[in-house]
Design a protein around this ligand. Structure first.
Ligand SMILES: [Zn+2]
Ligand SMILES: [Zn+2]
Length: 330
């Protein structure tokens, strides 16, 4: 099969012919129908995260059709369309797994990082960590739900916003464009913060229902109740705190961020909270899919053929994608 392999930090992915992966035990082999490109893929490719051995295939927003099953795999019949997310496995017995926090498992298996992912024609995944996908979303529009949607939703839930509150979204990429739609449909006022001068992203946010859009350095017209930071920029933490009311929450939703500059304690004072969100649990996935069954979202996608994975990553790095980049076979 064709796979786009990582060969070293900062190097482009290389197209290679590799053997079909064999599904063992609870694993299924899927034919990849679409795979989203996430900022975490960019951090892996660029070497921002601890490196894995060369030959790794990134990609953890996989929509695939089950074409083979391991001896113990019975959950999905052959031919079923499934979604494969970032959390590809957890030990099931560490203190975190025991405490319903498998997202923090001490020995996790991450798709497209610890196990080859979806930048390939086929992939294997543990069926116990896959999701059934709603029919309402075709392959390319379902792909961004699997990380931008799932982990964005975990960040959204942990921000504590309910009812008519003011939610700030910093970095208006794949995750924010989904969370904006959910928050607006749940009655919240969304304030979108984008790179200075990025008028296209401002327009995109307003089209999706944000009540205000502006530069991330600017102060919104009203104090925020909570802010989600999706951009990997540490300087946004004090900026978001400055825009957030007493008692408000600032959630850092990315896996990697540049250093956070020091800031006056006054920005944190008043029982403001800064927290991170790491990975996802399967329960987050169930809650997210239940949520979008009530509040459908429209994912905006820009598709690239699999062999143009490097072009998709470059466009993401430049901030040139409205919504999400998705790789498709061919
Ligand atoms: Zn564990
Ligand atoms: Zn991701």
């Amino acid at each position: 099969m064709l796979a786009m392999q990582w060969t070293g930090a900062g190097q482009p992915l290389v197209a290679a012919q590799v053997p079909l992966p064999e599904p063992e035990d609870y694993a299924v082999r899927v034919q990849v129908l679409a795979c989203g490109v996430c900022r975490t893929d960019l951090h892996i490719v660029d070497g921002d995260l601890p490196p894995r051995p060369p030959g790794l295939v990134p990609g953890h927003e996989i929509v695939g059709r089950v074409v083979a099953r391991g001896a113990l795999a019975t959950r999905f019949p052959l031919g079923t369309r499934v979604g494969i997310p970032w959390l590809g496995g957890a030990c099931g017995h560490c203190a975190y797994c025991d405490g319903h926090r498998e997202n923090l498992c001490d020995t996790p298996v991450f798709t497209g990082y610890d196990r080859d992912g979806g930048f390939a024609e086929f992939a294997v995944a543990d069926e116990r960590f896959c999701f059934a996908l709603p029919d309402a979303y075709d392959d390319v529009h379902a792909a961004p739900l699997l990380c931008a949607g799932l982990i964005g939703y975990r960040a959204y839930r942990l921000s504590g916003v309910t009812g008519r509150m003011r939610l700030g979204l910093y970095g208006f990429g794949a995750a924010a464009h989904i969370m904006c739609q959910i928050a607006v449909s749940q009655g919240q006022d969304v304030y979108a913060f984008v790179r200075a001068g990025d008028l296209q992203s401002q327009r995109f946010a307003l089209q999706l229902g944000a009540c205000w859009a502006g530069s991330s350095e600017s102060r919104p017209p009203h104090e925020l109740d909570a802010a989600l930071i999706f951009a990997p920029v540490g300087a946004l933490v004090p900026a978001a705190l400055r825009a957030t009311r007493k008692g408000g929450v600032v959630v850092c939703a990315g896996i990697h961020m540049s250093d956070i500059p020091s800031f006056p304690y006054a920005l944190l004072w008043g029982e403001r909270t800064v927290r991170s969100v790491a990975n996802l649990t399967r329960e987050d996935g169930e809650a997210f899919f239940a949520c979008i069954a009530r509040h459908p979202v429209h994912t905006h996608v820009q598709t690239y053929p699999l062999v143009q994975a490097n072009e998709a990553l470059a466009a993401l790095r430049r901030g040139a994608i409205d919504g999400a980049a998705v790789l498709v076979p061919g």
